[in-house]
Design a protein around this ligand. Structure first.
Ligand SMILES: Nc1nc2c(c(=O)[nH]1)N[C@H]1C(S)=C(S)[C@@H](COP(=O)(O)OP(=O)(O)OC[C@H]3O[C@@H](n4cnc5c(=O)[nH]c(N)nc54)[C@H](O)[C@@H]3O)O[C@H]1N2
Ligand SMILES: Nc1nc2c(c(=O)[nH]1)N[C@H]1C(S)=C(S)[C@@H](COP(=O)(O)OP(=O)(O)OC[C@H]3O[C@@H](n4cnc5c(=O)[nH]c(N)nc54)[C@H](O)[C@@H]3O)O[C@H]1N2
Ligand code: SF4
Ligand SMILES: [Mo]
Length: 763
């Protein structure tokens, strides 16, 4: 078979976004065949079982096809685009005039496969004076962002293709990917006698099955296990003191604490044999080619922020940073932009941060501009004069995906105005005042800003496979029309830039440079690029225009790495232009930068050192000696992992339950001993109860679980129309069972992997 008629794009089911080539049927609207794209520079033909089922995303029965407006009786009526845009702009303007633009909150902006549209939302936020925003990252990765920014000055990533020791903490890449070509890479490490795969997970996950060393911690106790490993290293001369002295500050206090850690006691509390601790500490202490990957198993559990901090120490104490095969700062199109703008935190003499931004009502910490998702309802359901009155939600389904769905529904119903932009009629869209239908990710140009690979980093701008579904618009156009309805620019104000763009990229760059002296142009840059450069881009690629600004920034921040990837240009402007052109010209993706180990860009600016001491986390390390974990009670003796990644889960991106070949959508995994103790048999129905709710489940016995733990799949319990158009719920929505208050004290991330629960047999 040849690959004629196959078009390149990417799989949008998880954030690996593997390159794929797809074949459409004769109507041009159904995706009938999907293969790995061998021309993709990083995934190189790799796909997992899910990619074949993209058509369930593209052609869901609940795709939206017209803007919808809520009527007085609560039902929706279709309205035309001009009406919708005008009325939405008017109502948001009214809220801004009555209460201030900071009472309008923005949520979302992109899921697993789509960030291009969201890059334009900033212009709408500015036009309305919005100040607070959030997205799903603030329910998983803000603890990581906070600690990483403080210690390293940015996010971190390992080179799993070549590291000697890989340590995977609370992550199951076999099912959830995340690392490029995850199954191949994991299998390679597992098979190689000279490389070691260490997995920390209470469960014998598919990844743990391949591990050389499986640290089967008790749920929520990872921080004791990791501190025991670090303590053993420091107490037995395995810390790389020479390296720490040269590259870090504040290490003395950290080493002092680890020197007095109760290694044996901590190992025992975590349920780990001391022999394993010694084995792992000795391996890590003997190399600097270390790859650490953490994910939800620890980021959504008690002590999540401390756990990330300790994971950073796992590679810094042996000196496994900035070297070949070691850990590195992530650099991509967006981190370049962030490093241009991020102000370093204010730190006092003891290593505590002060003067950080907080939310208006509850004073929760804002990290990288994102407020904690768990705080959102409290910032609405309040008498506080600064409470949020309205929201704009784009490409996200927070009623379903955030902790405590009931609380979110109540909060959104209390808003004066809610607008949702989505491709489908979601649980969140159902409570909106207006719903705007987006073209799907295969009907428009799309891209994500996730690639974090090292030493080579890629970017993949995907071309549309088909025309937009009738009645839909891409987000870039919606945002531009809203900016215009809000009358930000005078007619003709951008004409000179638009004319320069028509003369080509070089002329445009030359005109933009002085234009960007104007604060207004800088403030509304994505919108300005879309309306000036956008229309001149070939093949209708107008929404790719915002990338031009990012390419310029990347070329200014990392000129050598961009040139090493084969892009040419003597100045930042010409280099940025050639990078932008390369992104437009390569439909299977392109390497945007190539870094060298030890590259100066890896070292924290301005003093060039890593700042090991975080006062807040030092206190937490001391607190470990108290051995405190939220307790199981007679009422709730089980720990529920609410929302696991399985063979057929895809957040809420695919709503049609038929997409699953396996998976009973309601299945709860239970250890056979726990089930028999309750008199529950395989495939029996049972009630799963938490302090927040109850759900009927089907029990599947699974000996890979730890006794006393149960697990539900993620992303199910969605409403979906049956063939007669009647909405049905398939499976259990995990966040009917989770509580907004069970969260990390520093960054507010939820404890979804540590939900206290009980199971009741149904007789
Ligand atoms: N198939 C599929 N892939 C996906 C997604 C999807 O929906 N479906 N979603 C994507 C997204 S958004 C994300 S963020 C990632 C998430 O990817 P993962 O983090 O891998 O996802 P989970 O399956 O939720 O949790 C991972 C592991 O944590 C373990 N765990 C539970 N409690 C603990 C604990 O106390 N300690 C430790 N160490 N481990 C624990 C579980 O046993 C599980 O094996 O997946 C991405 N990939
Ligand atoms: N209990 C529990 N809850 C969890 C998790 C868990 O493990 N347990 N995992 C959490 C994690 S890690 C994550 S990342 C979140 C994800 O939760 P969300 O951020 O809410 O994201 P998705 O479920 O991926 O939904 C994305 C939305 O985007 C829409 N969409 C798809 N394509 C487009 C498009 O092109 N344009 C627009 N405008 N919309 C589009 C989809 O229809 C869908 O409604 O869920 C979280 N929720
Ligand atoms: S790893 Fe993720 S992006 Fe790649 S094929 Fe599987 S679901 Fe799609
Ligand atoms: Mo996620």
């Amino acid at each position: 078979m040849t690959n004629q008629n196959f078009k390149p794009t990417a799989c949008n089911i998880c954030y690996a976004n593997c390159g794929v080539i797809v074949q459409l049927d004769e109507t041009g609207r159904q995706i009938v065949k999907v293969r790995g794209d061998k021309s993709h520079p990083v995934s190189r033909g790799y796909i997992c079982n899910k990619a074949a089922r993209l058509n369930y995303y593209q052609n869901g029965r609940d795709r939206l096809a017209s803007p919808l407006r809520r009527k007085d009786d609560g039902s929706f009526e279709p309205v035309d685009w001009d009406t919708a845009i005008k009325e939405i702009a008017d109502e948001f303007s009214r809220i801004r005039e009555s209460y201030g633009g900071d009472k309008i909150m923005y949520y979302g902006g992109g899921g697993q496969g789509n960030h291009l549209g969201g890059s334009y939302s900033g212009s709408v936020q500015k036009a309305l004076g919005m100040k607070y925003r959030s997205n799903a990252i603030a329910q998983e990765k803000t603890g990581k962002a906070w600690t990483s920014n403080r210690v390293l000055g940015g996010g971190w990533h390992g080179d799993f293709e070549v590291c000697d020791v890989a340590i995977i903490v609370g992550k199951n890449p076999w099912q959830s990917n995340g690392i490029q070509r995850a199954r191949v890479v994991i299998r390679n490490i597992s098979k190689d006698p000279d490389r070691t795969l260490i997995v920390m997970d209470p469960r014998v996950s598919e990844t743990a099955e391949l591990a050389d060393i499986h640290l089967a911690v008790k749920p929520g106790s990872d921080v004791w296990c990791i501190t025991a490993i670090l303590g053993y290293m420091v107490q037995n001369g395995l810390a790389n003191l020479d390296w720490l002295q040269v590259h870090t500050t504040g290490y003395e206090r950290v080493l002092e604490q680890l020197a007095s850690a109760d290694v044996e006691g901590y190992a025992a509390f975590a349920g780990i044999d001391i022999v394993q601790i010694i084995q792992v500490a000795t391996l890590l202490g003997g190399t600097n080619r270390i790859g650490v990957y953490e994910d939800l198993g620890v980021e959504m559990a008690p002590y999540s922020t401390l756990c990330t901090y300790l994971n950073i120490l796992l590679f810094l104490i042996p000196g496994g940073y900035g070297n070949e095969g070691g850990m590195h700062l992530t650099t991509g199109l967006v981190s370049a932009a962030a490093s241009g703008g991020a102000r370093p935190a204010d730190i006092d003499e003891e290593g505590y941060e002060y003067g950080y931004r907080v939310t208006p009502v509850t004073g929760a910490r804002i990290i990288n501009g994102l407020m904690p998702c768990n705080s959102i309802p409290e910032e609405i359901l309040s008498d506080h004069p600064d409470r949020f009155r309205a929201m704009l939600i784009e490409s996200a389904n927070p009623i379903h995906s955030l902790a405590d769905s009931q609380k979110f529904r109540k909060a959104f119903e209390a808003l004066e105005f809610l607008v949702v932009i989505d491709v489908a009629m979601t649980e969140t869209a159902m409570v909106a005042d207006y719903v705007l239908p987006a073209s799907s990710q295969y009907e428009k140009y799309e891209a994500t800003f996730f690639p974090t690979e090292f030493p080579e980093n890629f970017f993949h701008l995907r071309k549309p496979l088909m025309a937009p579904k009738q009645g839909t618009l891409e987000e870039a156009e919606m945002h531009a029309r809203l900016v215009e309805a809000l009358k930000v620019f005078e007619p003709g104000e951008l004409t000179p830039l638009a004319e320069a763009a028509r003369q080509g990229l070089d002329a445009f760059a030359e005109a933009m440079l002085p234009a960007m002296e104007d604060r207004k142009i800088r403030t509304y840059l994505p919108y300005v690029l879309y309306r000036t450069l956008g229309p001149t881009l070939a093949d209708g690629a107008a929404s790719a225009a915002s990338l031009w600004g990012l390419c310029l920034l990347l070329s200014m921040s990392y000129p050598n790495a961009v040139r090493a990837a084969g892009h040419e240009g003597s100045s930042s402007l010409t280099l940025g232009n050639s990078l932008f052109q390369a992104i437009l010209d390569n439909p299977s993706g392109v390497i945007i930068l190539k870094q060298a180990a030890g590259d100066a860009s890896q070292w924290r600016k301005p003093d060039g050192k890593l700042h090991l001491l975080m006062g807040e986390m030092s206190d937490e390390i001391d607190y470990l000696a108290k051995y405190r974990l939220p307790t199981r009670t007679d009422k709730f003796p089980l720990i529920l992992s609410a929302g696991e990644r399985r063979l057929y889960t895809a957040n809420t991106l695919i709503r049609d339950p038929e997409w699953m070949k396996s998976n009973n959508p309601t299945s709860l995994f239970v250890h056979p001993d726990d089930a028999s103790g309750l008199g529950i048999e395989e495939s029996a129905r049972a009630n799963l109860v938490t302090k927040r709710g109850r759900a009927e489940v089907v029990v599947e016995l699974d000996h890979r679980l730890q006794r006393g733990t149960v697990a539900l799949p993620n992303g199910l319990g969605l409403l979906y129309p049956d063939k007669d158009g009647l909405n049905e719920i398939f499976g259990v929505a995990p966040n009917d069972l989770t509580d907004i208050d069970d969260r990390d004290p520093w960054v507010g991330t939820p404890w979804h992997k540590f939900v206290r629960a009980r199971l009741e047999a149904i007789r």
